[in-house]
Design a protein around this ligand. Structure first.
Ligand code: GLV
Ligand code: MN
Ligand code: MN
Length: 411
């Protein structure tokens, strides 16, 4: 059985148009009008592929293919997410979902039955830009309970529950989001690598062996707003100075903690935010990652000490709040073996490698066997509008997904 990439590419372009703005990619933060439009697009496509579609209590979209010979066997599930970061490319998340859809359509075209029921899942709020990361898979896997998820707030104070309601997603009979133990046998996520390794080594497929862990922390530094022209330099309480030093410290810790560690400040909220005003308050968003959970804790300890020292020296008050945490997660040996077998059958060069990006897969590992398939990213670029993968590689990755599912279905 072989899948043609044409319909997949067509769908990627169409989904990529939703929320697109010239020069700045597309922005589909979760549970915004753009995300709702993307959800409608996906649900329509799923129904066209004769899937039974349901949306659960946290907004995960689940399409089930009915043609299995043993409906009581655990589900083989696969997919990814369709929400994006601001100014995103077309592939992060969407590729895994739409390739999964194309797998289903190919099975339909071939009138193929599987032993296990198949479910294509698009997890809600993977990116965690508006709300803390990966609410959909955290609730599905039991890492977060539903009430906690519902009470999470965005910057405007809107709760996740209110945002779901605004999209009409909490109307009617609701489907439980939490998956029961044993219900899902395996979860597979096909994704672009988002880094430079496969391209630089001229390899076609990455078999993911582990996913990094991460912590997101928000630091709020309080200063005293004032006139930029009249306040003498030695009479200021400027939280931006602390932010600047914290940014340098996070970069240093990211470089020095271990070979796998990375540290980033990608968010600065400056208030009131004008060139001629000394800021009164600055919020700094920190992302620290490592393959070891212990080292993340050590790194965060260093980050906290640095923040404390910097703010004390400048006489500034501050608070910190952990916004999200993901544990590092090894993948299932069995699923990795099936992916390797599939790659070999398709004559695709591959390597076993870690993932530096976070994925819903690391949460799903709590309740089932999990695996991830990577395809090369041009220039290693992702979370940016020029994210790109050669269409031949996209089709090959989708075929590896199909072949891996068929292999897992046999066992
Ligand atoms: C998910 O996109 C991440 O930030 O790794
Ligand atoms: Mn992703
Ligand atoms: Mn992403």
């Amino acid at each position: 059985m072989h899948l043609s990439g044409d319909r997949l590419l067509d769908d990627l372009v169409k989904l990529g148009e939703i929320g697109a703005r010239e020069e700045s990619g597309r922005t589909r933060l979760v549970l915004t009008p753009e995300d709702f439009e993307a959800r409608r697009f996906l649900i329509t496509r799923m129904k066209e592929a004769r899937m039974q579609v349901r949306v659960d209590q946290v907004g995960n979209i689940i399409g089930r293919r009915g043609n299995s010979t043993k409906d009581d066997l655990p589900v083989l599930a696969f997919g990814s997410h369709i929400d994006t970061v601001p100014s995103a490319g077309t592939l992060d998340g969407c590729y895994g979902v739409l390739a999964g859809l194309e797998v289903i359509r190919t099975l339909n075209d071939e009138r193929a039955e599987t032993r296990h029921p198949l479910e294509l899942i698009s997890f809600s709020n993977e990116e965690g830009v508006r709300f803390p990361m990966m609410i959909g898979s955290k609730v599905a896997s039991g890492i977060m309970d539903l009430e906690t998820a519902y009470e999470l707030r965005d910057n405007a104070g809107i709760t996740y529950r209110q945002a779901l309601e605004a999209g009409g997603l909490l109307e009617g009979a609701l489907v439980a989001a939490r998956r029961t133990p044993g219900e899902i046998g395996a979860w597979l996520e096909l994704h672009i690598e988002q880094g430079p390794i496969l391209e630089s080594e001229r390899l076609k497929i990455g078999v993911v062996e582990s996913i990094v862990g991460l912590v997101h922390m928000l630091v709020t530094i309080q200063g005293r707003a004032g006139h930029a022209g009249t306040t003498p330099m030695n009479a200021r309480r400027d939280p931006m100075l602390a932010a600047a030093q914290i940014i340098l410290e996070v970069n240093k810790i990211g470089r020095e903690l271990s070979r796998s560690s990375v540290g980033t400040v990608g968010l600065l909220n400056v208030q009131p935010g004008a060139m001629n005003v000394i800021p009164g308050k600055v919020e700094v968003g920190i992302d620290l990652r490592d393959t070891s959970g212990e080292r993340i804790d050590q790194g965060m300890q260093k980050v906290r000490s640095a923040i404390d020292a910097v703010c004390k020296k400048l006489g500034l008050e501050y608070t910190t709040r952990e916004r999200a945490r993901l544990a590092p997660q090894p993948m299932s040996r069995k699923v990795m073996g099936s992916i390797e077998l599939a790659a070999r059958r398709l004559g695709a060069s591959y390597k076993v490698m870690p993932s530096g990006a976070g994925h819903d897969t690391q949460n799903m590992a709590r309740i089932c066997e999990t695996g991830m398939i990577f395809v090369p990213s041009k220039g290693g670029v992702s979370h940016a509008p020029d994210e790109w993968t050669d269409p031949t590689d996209l089709a090959l990755g989708a075929n590896v997904l199909l072949e891996t599912l068929l292999e897992l279905d046999r066992t």
